[in-house]
Design a protein around this ligand. Structure first.
Ligand code: ADP
Length: 159
């Protein structure tokens, strides 16, 4: 069956930074499940179906990945699939505190889950979905930050 990892997130929307992490992850694991969280405390621009389909469209040329939605706790989702590795992206030091807290909380809830951190190319290390949404509202050119389909969908959404 090989080594499988889950890359969870809200992906609202997927950026080239997320894609960079996905490409790195498939070099390390045999298969990667990109898991889109349906529930989040954050205010979403795209609903769960839109986020999943934008991810599918943006990753259609990458082999050995699967995009799925999940509800509830990621550790429960991982357990239900018998997968014990979570991937998270680390951009800057500012991500570290939150990510460490989450990784240790998940480990406390399930000792057998390991979180693996991957660093994106430095060109994407400043990029976040939140920033993209803010820049989009102000009419910025997003072409070097998000896939074309995402750029088009944001424009449509904000019309
Ligand atoms: P969440 O809401 O769970 O933080 P996100 O969709 O914002 O979900 O991010 C999912 C994961 O991808 C997180 O680990 C985040 O740090 C990482 N990530 C987000 N943007 C980037 C980027 N530009 N480069 C690398 N990793 C990123």
């Amino acid at each position: 069956m090989g080594r499988i990892a889950i890359y969870p997130g809200s992906f609202d929307p997927v950026t080239l930074g997320h894609i960079d992490i996905i490409k790195r992850a498939v070099c390390v694991f045999d298969k990667v499940i990109v898991a889109v969280a349906s529930n989040s405390h954050k205010k979403m621009l795209f609903d769960i179906n839109e986020r999943v389909s934008l991810l599918k469209e943006s990753t259609k040329d990458i082999d050995r990945i699967q995009v799925e939605r999940f509800d509830g706790l990621v550790i429960e989702y991982a357990k239900s699939k018998n997968i014990s590795v979570l991937i998270r992206g680390l951009r800057m030091i500012s991500d570290f505190e939150y990510e460490l807290q989450m990784a240790l909380t998940n480990r406390r809830m399930n000792e057998s889950i390991e979180t693996v951190f991957l660093m994106p190319s430095e060109g994407y290390s400043f990029l976040s979905s939140t920033l993209i949404k803010e820049a989009a509202v102000l009419g910025a050119d997003l072409s070097s930050f998000v896939p074309k389909s995402v750029e088009d969908s944001i424009k449509l959404k904000l019309q």
